[in-house]
Design a binder for this molecule. Structure first.
Ligand code: PEP
Length: 249
């Protein structure tokens, strides 16, 4: 059976103290969640307090990005080797906001993937099309390219640890959600593309949906065969909503 995952992407929200309180509230309610891996994707500044807040619980820690470099003169960047010591097990890579505002392309993301794996971080690799790409029917091609150019460079062992998140850019933070059928259609496509390179192993890859997922729509989206959970933005900032989503399977 594939791992079910509900991962929060806090983005640039909460002070460290607020983040610590949010993590504690998630931990407190996490006993209500069974058989779902809960992950908190926090700002770099929150890795330390949140790692302490979740210690000994079932809640796992992720960073929202890492540098493409291992160390050196890269002012303002944070290396994967600086993230892992806080007990982080995951790193979100290729989020559409990074692609859009920081010009991250496949070349950069290949380097970030190498850094993540070299430091024991499992990537949550984000793919997804923009509105005009969906409207012109290019969404399958867009995600295929995002996968071929990055995921196809992984070794079999690396692929075993990969999590994919499908996040249609038009649904992120907009209140618009892909329908459950739209999500299933493209998740099945993603799995087929993964299988074309990695064979039957693709059956084990968690593929998360992201884009205005909330307690009221999670159950329908998660009911689909190839949807293995969610990457949650806005709704991850309230512990009760985040936990309600995780209970929606
Ligand atoms: C995200 O940015 O990863 C996301 C899914 O955001 P939201 O849930 O707010 O649409």
């Amino acid at each position: 059976m594939r791992q079910k995952i509900v991962a929060g992407n806090w983005k640039m929200n909460t002070t460290p103290a607020e983040g610590e309180a949010l993590a504690k509230a998630v931990v407190a309610a996490s006993s209500e969640v069974k058989d779902v891996t809960l992950i908190l994707g926090v700002p770099f500044t929150h890795l330390c307090p949140v790692s302490k807040a979740i210690a000994g619980s079932q809640v796992k820690l992720a960073a929202q990005d890492c540098s493409a470099h291992d160390k050196g003169a890269y002012t303002g960047e944070v290396a994967a080797s600086m993230i892992a010591p806080f007990g982080a097990q995951y790193v979100i890579l290729g989020h559409s906001e990074r692609r859009e505002y920081h010009g991250e392309n496949s070349a950069v993301l290949n380097e970030k993937m190498k850094q993540a794996y070299a430091n024991g971080l499992a990537p949550i690799y984000c793919v997804g099309e923009k509105l005009e790409e969906r409207e012109s029917g290019k969404h399958f091609d867009v995600v295929t390219k995002q996968i071929e150019e990055v995921v196809f460079n992984l070794s079999d062992d690396q692929f075993d640890k990969l999590v994919v998140a499908y996040e249609p850019v038009w649904a992120i933070g907009t209140g618009k959600t892909a329908t459950a059928d739209q999500a299933q259609e493209i998740h099945a496509h993603i799995r087929k593309v993964l299988a074309s390179k990695f064979g039957a192993k693709a059956e084990n890859t968690p593929i998360l949906y992201g884009g205005s997922c909330k307690p009221s729509n999670a159950a329908e989206i998660f009911s689909k065969a190839d949807v293995d959970g969610g990457l949650i933005g806005g709704a991850a900032l309230k512990a009760e909503d985040f936990i309600a989503i995780a209970k929606a399977f």
